[in-house]
Write a protein that binds this ligand. Structure first.
Ligand code: GLY
Length: 350
């Protein structure tokens, strides 16, 4: 089992191993007298019983709340239902919320744990590649508003992340692919060597891939937990990606939208001479290698308009992440009026 320690506003460990869900009872100590598992109607039937069984060896009472799967659940109504559930089950500040699921479950459960009684214990057990490499680490929690994705949220670091790599082997290919987009992102923003290693299929060296992504994210979060600067690099492809998700009414998944967002901003970067065409070709090839999209049918005006609902907007400017080369990205402030042009450059083939 790999252990990666994050030393941010809270110090916590990320445990990565195969089969460790069954050891949760031994690994997760200090759960308090009650632990509330928050999961969804796909993951719950697969894994909740194993988790409950493992926790039954501890003295903690375990309760469970199941949400419908999918992005549509990441809303204010579900959030209210969960915190009412926690109150009805009489959880106190020393008790724990355990998120068992992908990004939607993690973000929603984390936001509920952060707000209920101004913050109770919180553990993440990611069951998708995307959650393992990104959303379970670093403390971003949120729900969506009709105006945009993740518009209500707080930074709230978990007390532990337990990542059982074996759970990811049964993911549907399209769900696994979603996480591949985030993994590729880490290569572009932080390491050309890591990017190159992804030419070998990720599922052949998954534990190492997850550990490397988590280390990259850990280093960035420790430097800039509240996203005042360098953490914005993690948003590579995300401003346009979130716009695509919103425009598709969340029918296009996060990973697919981010893949298209990375391709679009990289084509724009090549046109703007921020990166050369080999950088662009490498990214497009890698995305295609993992069957990820490299474009969208939405037009530049709609995307630019939807981008303005994103949190990355700062008054009249939007901070965009551009690649300079594989392994290095830069942040550029783009005036709101200029955003559509940048997107247009990225949509045009060149
Ligand atoms: N998902 C990007 C971040 O955690 O900052």
């Amino acid at each position: 089992m790999n252990t990666i320690t994050v030393n941010a506003s809270k110090m916590y460990e990320i445990k990565i191993g195969s089969g460790i869900l069954d050891d949760a009872g031994g690994i997760l100590h200090k759960l308090g007298s009650t632990a509330a598992i928050i999961t969804d109607d796909i993951v719950g039937p697969l894994y909740a019983e194993r988790l409950e069984h493992s926790l039954s060896h501890s003295r903690t009472r375990v309760v469970k709340y199941v949400i419908p799967h999918g992005e549509a659940s990441k809303n204010a109504e579900q959030f209210l239902s969960i915190i009412n559930f926690l109150a009805n089950e009489k959880l106190t500040r020393t008790d724990t919320v355990i998120a068992l699921g992908g990004g939607v479950v993690g973000d929603l459960a984390g936001f509920s744990a952060a707000v209920y009684m101004r913050g109770i214990g919180f553990v993440q057990i990611p069951t998708t590649l995307l959650a393992a490499v990104d959303s379970s680490v670093g403390g971003k929690t949120a729900i969506n508003l009709s105006a945009g994705k993740n518009l209500a949220g707080v930074f709230y670091q978990p007390d532990m992340v337990l990542c059982d790599v074996a759970l990811l082997s049964t993911l549907k290919p399209e769900v696994f692919r979603d996480g591949c987009a985030e993994v590729i992102k880490y290569g572009v923003i932080a390491s050309a060597d890591f990017f190159k290693s992804l030419e070998a299929p990720m599922d052949t060296h998954l534990k190492e891939v997850i550990a490397r992504c988590v280390e990259i994210k850990r280093d960035i979060v420790m430097e800039d937990e509240l996203e005042k600067g360098v953490r914005k690099l993690l948003n590579f492809g995300h401003t346009i990606g979130h716009a695509i998700e919103l425009l598709s009414d969340y029918k296009i998944s996060h990973g697919n939208a981010v893949a298209a967002g990375m391709a679009i901003i990289t084509r724009a970067a090549a046109r703007m001479k921020i990166c050369d065409s080999s950088c662009k070709q490498s990214l497009l090839q890698m995305l295609k290698h993992y069957n990820l999209p490299v474009n969208t049918t939405f037009d530049s005006a709609s995307i630019a308009h939807a981008c303005l609902a994103d949190k990355k907007r700062d008054g009249g400017k939007v901070t965009m992440v551009f690649p300079e080369r594989i392994g290095k990205c830069i942040l550029e402030e783009i005036k709101v009026e200029g955003l559509e042009n940048v997107i247009k450059l990225g949509l045009e083939e060149n």
